[in-house]
Ligand binder design. Structure first.
Ligand code: NAP
Length: 519
């Protein structure tokens, strides 16, 4: 039985509270315990600010990038072991485990590569300089400087490796030390990842700390130069937004929360076409990958009313081929929900939604005597605008078909009822339909993913988050933004408008590639 510890003040420390049990969701047996506490929160924050931050910022972007590369190599070396931990603690299939672990390694490597294009100076130039008055001597330049605080990262249970590393990559490259708190149900994988990172010996003292269990009063220790990046449910996001620490200091807070992601089938996509087949394949992936516990998974499937029966039949046929069972078995395509609490929440959510439509397949029935398994579940809504389908995220292998009239305008209106999402996908060939949909759905989303017959064969699935593109969404999705290449560093930097004599401003703060120092 593993006893999870916290890595604080440069050492692994045992917690002191009563233990919380972690389980293998396939067998329901207890595999680890987490005890919170055992550290002085003020000292942990001070260690990051006064030891970690200065050591990190003494390094160039390139040197910080090389640290990220070393972390990626170390995780890659332990990849097989980490996959097994993910299967044991997360109930993930091997493919699901790779989605998380390889995603983490890939994102670290991507930011290590980005570091090569960042300046040797410790700040970033933001746009071109500009003349501010009639005299060309009066000049302005925006720059971004690292904040001398600490980044607290609160992560969700469903992507313990990627969720921690995608945030860390941006913070460390920007020059900010991190305190990582994993979601407790799958913290065994996060803890093992943290051990691998610490064991590299590459992380400057104080630049990385890891807290198992609850944060205790740590948020209270944060101040105006610190920031919190949170991923999780919108309920917890609301609590953090209303917390004293955030209100008192206008603490910078990024929230990545629930999202009722929608896939829309346009009327011109013919049955049997590449786009239609991709539509079905991506939906099956979203419903079953990580047992539907993916923030970008499609929850609402908008289908022209006349084609609901066809899509329903085709999806049921595809979903019935999914082998459910022990995720350690090679041919298993879908494992259990990650925890007993998840199992109960998802079951209750399915039952609530099913009252507003017809249960086409699956349902809240426990599949086996042991293990938190449900079958892939599809619900067909009676009405596309029924509020129930736009209010609740069932964070499991469940999606709903919603009828609409086939116009881009109605699709976008129905999708917007979800209150803001991470990603919406559209399958359409008509450019004018696509343009209308993008412009109407755009304000409600962080990302719009399009497939047509011309690109279907080459496309990456909509649920895949890329380090080069932004991730996040307005409203219900939290209002946050992560990744997106250099944009991902902005959260950890302060933008400053520097105004003064052109010779000084341009020479010290301008883009060296374009600056011409004039007297
Ligand atoms: P959660 O229950 O909200 O927990 C998220 C994190 O917040 C966990 O680390 C949790 O710790 C911590 N937490 C809970 N209460 C807290 C408090 N009062 N103060 C500080 N921290 C607190 O969410 P979850 O069940 O782990 O994750 C599932 C949700 O995350 C889903 O809704 C999913 O859509 C969303 N998600 C969103 C994204 C995205 O990028 N937008 C990505 C992944 C997941 P404990 O576990 O110790 O309670």
């Amino acid at each position: 039985m593993h006893q999870l510890t916290s890595y604080v003040l440069g050492r692994w420390t045992e917690g002191t509270s009563a233990p919380t049990a972690l389980h293998n969701p396939t067998t329901e047996s207890e595999i680890a315990q987490v005890r919170s506490g055992g550290f002085d929160a003020a000292a942990v924050v001070a260690h990051a600010r006064t030891v970690g931050g200065p050591r990190l910022r003494a390094l160039s972007h390139l040197e910080r990038g090389e640290i990220l590369r070393a972390l990626a190599h170390a995780l890659h070396e332990k990849r097989e072991e980490l996959i097994l931990v993910s299967i044991e603690n997360g109930g993930t299939t091997r493919g699901d485990a790779k989605f998380d672990i390889d995603g983490a390694i890939g994102t670290l490597t991507w930011y290590a590569d980005l570091a090569k294009s960042l300046p040797a100076r410790g700040f970033l130039v933001d746009g071109p300089g500009l003349q501010l008055s009639r005299s060309p001597r009066c000049w302005g330049q925006h720059i971004r400087v690292p904040r001398p605080g600490v980044a607290l990262h609160i992560n969700a249970f469903n992507v313990p490796a990627w969720g921690m590393l995608e945030k860390m990559a941006c913070a460390l490259l920007a020059g900010m030390p991190v305190i990582e708190k994993p979601g407790t149900p799958t913290a065994l994988l996060a803890w093992r990842v943290a051990q691998v990172l610490v064991d590299t010996g590459k992380l400057p003292e104080g630049s990385f700390q890891f807290i198992s269990g609850s944060l205790g009063n740590l948020m209270e220790e944060l101040g105006p130069q610190d920031c919190v990046a949170f991923t999780g449910s919108s309920g917890t996001g609301m609590k953090l937004r209303a917390s004293n620490a955030v209100i008192r200091h206008n603490l910078r807070l990024n929230i990545e929360a629930d999202s009722l992601n929608a896939a829309v089938l346009a009327p011109d996509v013919e049955a049997g076409s590449e786009s239609y087949n991709l539509f079905l394949a991506n939906l099956v992936t979203d419903i079953t990958q990580k047992t539907g516990q993916k923030c970008t998974a499609t929850r609402r499937i908008l289908v022209p009313s006349a084609r609901v029966a066809e899509v329903r039949a085709d999806l049921i046929a595809e979903l019935s081929r999914i082998k459910i069972g022990n995720p350690a078995d090679k041919d298993t395509r879908m494992g259990p929900l990650a925890s007993g609490a998840q199992f109960r929440d998802v079951g209750a959510g399915i039952e609530r939604l099913a009252q507003h439509g017809e249960l086409a397949c699956g349902g809240a029935k426990k599949l086996f005597e042991k293990g938190w398994f449900y079958a892939p579940t599809l619900i067909v809504a009676r009405a596309g605008r029924d509020a129930a389908f736009h209010a609740e995220e069932v964070f499991g292998p469940c999606a709903s078909i919603l009828p609409y009239d086939g116009t881009a305008a109605e699709a976008a209106e129905i999708v917007a009822l979800g209150g803001g999402g991470l990603v919406t996908s559209a399958y359409a060939n008509d450019p004018s339909w696509c343009e209308q949909y993008v412009l109407a759905a755009g304000p409600w989303h962080g990302r719009i993913w399009m497939a047509s017959d011309k690109s279907a064969e080459q496309s990456l699935p909509p649920g895949m988050v890329l380090p080069s593109m932004i991730h996040g969404g307005p409203g219900r999705a939290g209002g946050g933004e992560e990744l997106g290449s250099e944009r991902g560093l902005e959260f950890y930097l302060q933008r400053v408008a520097v105004q003064g004599f052109k010779g000084l401003v341009e020479a010290s703060f301008g883009d060296p590639k374009t600056a011409v120092t004039t007297g």
